[in-house]
Structure formats: C-alpha cells, structure tokens
Design a protein. Structure first.
Length: 401
C-alpha cells in the first residue's frame, strides 16, 4: 500500500487527484510537525507532502525508510535537504507555475492604482479629507510598462497590461519570444529611460542582487513607478526610499523585502513604511485561493505520474525523465550510482535474470543515474532482490502495468 502523508493543510484538490488515481491511504496533519512528532509521522510514508514550514532534514528523510517521493506544495524547496533526497533516490517536486496568474493580476492592479495615486487618496479620505484633485493622476492606457525578467510571470503581466491598453517593453538576459506587441530592449539603461512603470520578475540570487541600485533607479524616467513582486534582494531599498523622497519616482509597490518578518506579530522594518504613494504587501503576490487549489492539483499530479509511470520531469533534484506509456508488462525504475559501466552492469544483470528489455531510458544528475526499463512479462521478487543487492543500486522498484 502506498501511504501518503500530508502536512500543513494542503488544499483538498491534492486528495482528489490522489484518490482518483487509486491512492486512498492518505494521512493528513493540519500543521507543520517538528522533532520526534515529525519523525514518528514520516515513518512508513511512501509519499510526503509539505508546504514551506516542514523541515525535511537528512535525519527526517532517513527516518522515512519507505519513502519514494516528496511533494512541496509551494514554490520554494529549501526546506528539504535535496541532496540527501537525491542520494536516497527520492525525487522532489514543487509547483513553480501555479501562482503565476495571481502575481500578474496583482502587478497590473498595482500599476493602475499607483498611476492614479490611489494609496494616497484612499488614506486622505480615511483621514477625513475630500481632495478631488486630478493632479498627478494618469490613465494606464497608452503608458509604457517595462518588464524586467520576461519569464512565466513577466510575460503574463505583459499580456494583461496590453489588454488594458499599455505599451509593453521588456528586458531579459535571455532571448524571449515576445507575446502580443511587446518589444524587447537589450540595453537596461535605455529600457529604464522609456518605462512609466517598471516591474521586476527576475529570480533571486547573486546575479540579480541590487539589480535596481541607486544608479539603475536614477536611470528610470522622472515621475515613474517601480513594482517589485519578485525577490526582496533585487531592489536597494534605501536607494528606492531616496528616489521617492526626492520625487524622482512617483510611487512604488513592494511585495518582497530583503528581510521579511517571521510572523504576523513581527512588524516590517523598512524606511518605506508611511510613504504616501507606496503599496506595501506581505509577500502575498502569489497567495490566492485559486493558486492554492492549482498548487494542490499540480504537485499531486506530478507525484501520481511518478508513482504510476516513474516520470520525474519537473523534479527539482533528480534526473528528469518525461512520462511515457509502458511498452511491456513491467516497468523497472532503477536509481544507481553514476559510475562508469553502471549501465553495462544493469543490463547484464537483467540479461542474466532472463529479462527481455523492450525499451530503456537513462538520465543522470551529479552522482546519480536513473533508468526506466520496460521489460516483457512479470518480474519475480528474487530478480528484484538481485537488482537491489548490486552495489551500484541506490533503489529499485517495479511497476506492474
Ligand atoms: P521565471 O524563471 O519564469 O522568469 C525569470 C526570468 O528572468 C527569466 O526569463 C530569466 O531569463 C530572467 N532573468 C534572469 N536574470 C535576469 C536579469 N539579471 N535581468 C533580466 N532578466 C533576467 O520566473 P517566474 O516564475 O516568472 O518568477 C519570477 C520571480 O517571481 C521569481 O523571483 C519568483 O521567486 C518570484 N515570485 C514571487 C511571488 C510572490 O508571492 N511575490 C510568487 C511567485 C514567484
């Protein structure tokens, strides 16, 4: 029986996918467990499903001796010891695309609100002032939206913005196919000088750290707006603060910060707090009911496709093999140490045990190789034991088809 253990209130859409695929042994835990409670909870699990708060350390993974695969029902995967999972032959999956639309909608909404100076006007009315001035308020129609990072989210933002009548330009380090009438601009400086609203959709990490530093912000058009719903490290917050104070920028929307509070009661420490035409949100760009439902479905489908077909496409730590229908009676999933002659050893072992190979696919990643072999007829337990016992083998399973 394949036991699935889910933590942290994963959306019910995941359970629907598992049960529809015939996996009904599902244990759920409402919260994130830790310590001995977590170690006890993972014992006997074939599949673990977590969100961002459950720490799957090497110790926890090792305690799950039956483990076949892990699903992170979120975007980030740094709560899992991915290298250890790889060494155990366990692929880890996540949901990188499920909240793309949620972020894109928020960004377009923010651009429109900031162009109209709504954050400031909203506050004034709350304070009892009825200031009807059109000063500094503009339509989005005909304005230029500049997108830095034209990937999944950036390109969606562009499509939505065009529907609102905006002109879209983008800057990316890779050549990208423009959607709609979007135009690529190779020079960042030239790009920054053209956009009325600049929105950031690049990955985090060293290569984009302080991409929007004082110099880049200075290169932006006077009176323009900066939106960051990517990663907190991409914008130099003090340089942004200075540009808002001086009036060089007319507004900003920031969803992600270099250092973010750990809990609801911890206040955000940022010079941007209290700035008039600035929207501050608590890293909720991708947080909607729809995205949670999509995440539940997307990750559960990847886990089911692995369990049923051995497919690892989209795994964050494992050699990737796409889903393909079985061609024989039995599919053997073999994870081995990536050493010279490993494939020869495996095929010889299969031949010695009278297995007739119909098709075979190999992919390697670092120290690990992954082979999916379809063979004629059933495979006995003793043959499986022989495959498992070979020193090159990390793990070996069969799927009867
Ligand atoms: P993606 O990988 O599809 O796109 C990133 C794009 O940025 C790629 O086209 C890449 O070539 C480009 N890029 C990388 N370095 C660049 C540079 N220095 N200059 C210009 N372009 C560069 O990523 P996706 O899914 O669109 O996500 C974008 C960002 O949004 C990520 O940082 C992600 O963590 C963040 N995100 C934030 C959420 C939130 O709640 N605020 C939710 C989901 C994602």
């Amino acid at each position: 029986m394949t036991r699935i253990v889910l933590f942290e209130n994963i959306h019910p859409s995941a359970r629907e996918v598992f049960t529809a695929a015939g996996f009904t042994d599902i244990v759920t835990h409402a919260g994130a467990l830790a310590g001995t409670e977590l170690l006890d909870a993972v014992r006997g699990a074939s599949v673990l499903g977590i969100r961002s708060r459950t720490q799957l350390t090497s110790q926890v993974l090792s305690a799950a001796s039956e483990l076949k695969t892990v699903g992170c029902f979120c975007i980030g995967t740094n709560q899992v010891d991915l290298d250890h999972a790889l060494e155990m032959g366990v692929p880890v999956f996540n949901a990188p695309f499920s909240n793309t639309r949620s972020v894109a909608e928020l960004v377009l909404g923010e651009a429109i609100l900031l162009l109209r100076r709504i954050p400031e006007k909203n506050m004034r009315v709350h304070e009892g002032f009825w200031d009807k001035s059109a000063q500094g308020a503009y339509e989005a129609r005909g304005k230029t939206l500049g997108i830095i990072g034209y990937g999944n989210i950036g390109s969606q933002v562009g499509t939505l913005a065009e529907a609102a009548g905006m002109r879209v330009i983008f800057h990316d380090i890779e050549a990208k196919l423009p959607l709609g009438n979007a135009k690529a601009t190779a020079s960042l400086k030239k790009f920054l000088g053209q956009a009325d609203v600049v929105t950031l959709h690049v990955p985090g990490g060293e290569s984009t750290e302080n991409l929007m530093n004082a110099e880049a912000i200075q290169a932006m058009k006077p009176g323009s707006i900066l939106i960051n719903a990517s990663r907190g490290t991409v914008v130099d917050i003090s340089a942004l603060h200075a540009a808002l104070e001086s009036g060089h920028l007319s507004g900003a929307a920031i969803d992600v910060f270099p250092t973010e509070p750990k809990s609801v009661n911890e206040p955000l420490d940022s010079p941007l707090r209290g700035q008039p035409n600035v929207l501050l949100t608590p890293h909720i760009g991708g947080s909607t009911q729809e995205s949670q439902e999509n995440i539940g479905r997307e990750v559960a489908e990847k886990l089911v496709t692995f369990l049923k077909l051995g497919a690892t496409k989209g795994s964050v730590n494992f050699p990737e093999l796409s889903a393909r229908d079985p061609e024989g009676a039995t599919r053997i999933l073999h994870v081995h140490r990536n050493v010279p002659g490993a494939m020869g050893t495996l095929t010889s072992l299969m031949a010695e045990n009278n297995l007739n190979i119909i098709s075979q696919r190999l992919q390697t990643r670092g120290a690990i190789g992954y082979v999916v072999t379809d063979v004629e007829g059933p495979v006995s337990d003793s043959v499986m034991e022989a495959l498992k016992a070979n020193p090159i083998t990390v793990r070996c399973e069969q799927i009867a088809v």
